[in-house]
Design a protein around this ligand. Structure first.
Ligand code: GYE
Length: 309
């Protein structure tokens, strides 16, 4: 198993000490958000005195399923994971349940209707994030009647934040027919793909007014493509992204991005708290929502110096 980052006293769970062992399966390292999320989880496990077995799935569901099975075999106390896609978790989570190991969903949801497969889901409301992006756009073009051509860079296909950010945004803009999503494709939440797909959009679309990218990294990649095409990001093409990581906030403060919807990756402290409560047999809420805001370029300038990630 590709485990690293935790302590190396493998197999100690259930042994002499009363340290909680947490098996955590991470999506990968696709974005600035993910890197900050991993750091938050590793640091807060260390300071909470939790023995973390960390596994990086490199973007593959099959690796996550393998990691979860390995955590079950190792008899960890609690399993937490950030599901790369929404579907296909029933079998392995049933195995964890049968083994009596509680599971916590972190960051991303699953679509299984059986909520007894996990104790809680901690993370953002991605539909609300998409709506905030749409609300900004509606305001920005208030009173105007000309068509607004939008291109969309979607996250990983099948991932909750990709599905929900698309849905929330679409829900808001459909109220006004001047808004047209003329092209929408996945950029896999990465800078490289964001850039490559934006290049094809720029070639195939005669007029692009707005780019909506499901995360900062794809938006940052797209900015490179826009500049290479001799256009000014933020002016010739307005850009909305989600996350608010430092690189995104920097581009926002420079006017290259126009609006960012925040999605906080700092889930570690709350997760460790929930792990302790679950281990303790306490009842915890089925859903723990992350608190988030939005940023304009002016607001980005104010907070940029203190932005930790
Ligand atoms: O927005 C994106 C990352 O699941 C909320 O995954 C997370 C998303 C985040 O790759 O940058």
């Amino acid at each position: 198993m590709a485990g690293c980052g935790g302590s190396d006293d493998a197999g100690s769970s259930g042994g002499g000490d009363d340290k909680i062992t947490l098996g955590f399966s991470q999506v990968g390292a696709e974005s600035g958000w993910r890197t900050a999320n991993t750091k938050s989880i590793q640091e807060s496990a260390a300071s909470a005195g939790i023995d973390l077995k960390f596994s990086d799935a490199q973007g593959k569901q099959e690796n996550q399923i393998k990691a979860i099975r390995s955590f079950i075999t190792q008899r960890v106390d609690v399993i937490a994971f950030s599901p790369v896609v929404e579907s296909g978790w029933g079998t392995v989570l049933k195995e964890a349940k049968d083994a009596g190991i509680p599971v916590i969903l972190t960051d991303r949801a699953i679509d299984d209707p059986d909520t007894s497969l996990y104790k809680t889901f901690i993370g953002s409301d991605f539909v609300a994030e998409g709506k905030k992006a749409g609300d900004w756009l509606v305001k920005e073009y208030e009173g105007k009647t000309d068509p607004v051509n939008i291109v969309e860079l979607q996250g990983t296909p099948g991932a909750a934040p990709a599905n929900d950010r698309k849905a929330g945004f679409g829900d808001v803009i459909k109220a006004d027919p001047k808004f047209k999503v003329v092209a929408s494709q996945t950029g896999q939440f990465t800078r490289t793909d964001g850039k490559a797909v934006m290049e094809t959009f720029l070639k195939s679309q005669p007029k692009i007014d707005v780019l909506y990218a499901h995360n900062d990294d794809m938006g940052l990649g797209a900015i490179e493509a826009i500049e290479a095409a001799g256009k000014k990001p933020g002016t010739d093409i307005k850009i909305i992204t989600v996350d608010a990581v430092k690189d995104g906030m920097t581009a926002l403060s420079e006017g290259k991005i126009n609006f960012i919807v925040e999605c906080s990756p700092l889930l570690g402290p709350q997760l460790m708290d929930l792990v302790k409560k679950v281990q303790d047999g306490q009842t915890i809420p089925q859903r723990v929502l992350t608190e988030e805001t939005t940023f304009t370029p002016e607001q980005a300038k104010e907070v940029l110096a203190d932005r930790k990630y």
